[in-house]
Write a protein of this length. Sequence first.
Length: 232
Amino acid sequence: MLEKLRQEVLEANLDLVTKNLVISTWGNVSGFDPESGLMVIKASGVPYSSMTVDDMVIVDLDGNVIDSEKRPSTDTPTHIHLYRHFAEKGIRGVVHTHSQYATAWAQLGRGIPCLGTTHGDYFYGEIPCTRKLSADEISEAYELNTGKVIVETINGRSDCIRMSAALAYRHAPFVWGKSPADAVLHSQVLEYLAKMALLDELVDPGIKPLEKEIADKHYNRKFGPDAYYGQS
């Protein structure tokens, strides 16, 4: 299972390039195996152009490297904290990028408002931005505290299923899903929505969020208990 997961995580990392969500060595994808309790994540600073399955590092949820001489991503503690809190809900993949439009909202310290049904189809309400980290939180265990503030933000507003993304304040987005590939899809949708929301606010700075009734309808027809979108 872990070798299969390593291949899935490799393909998901490479898909970030295909979907124009990363440049240089920015960003990372991880995957979690609930049977072993282990996580696979991209090695730190590896170029996407030369990345192979050997650059996918297996770590446990204490951050110990299991099988590699390479250092895992510097964002590993953030990913671990998200799995510790979200894996029981079925989360098996986490993505971190610095995709341009979503990161612009994070740098503004603002959540991405739900302005239309395209947003409502995938995310339930505003995609939140975390609070600012304190100086102590930044100087001590920065990456772990980034994970903590994401969990704090999601648990305070929604849940990790209905809201599968958060913007880290002045940093960038973290996104998750039921698999590494699913998390990449959510990252792509997030970037699309972030661009549309920015365009909407440029045209009409006073635009209001989508009415709750239609936002609920669009989300629930895809993901609610009585969903009827797609094939059975």
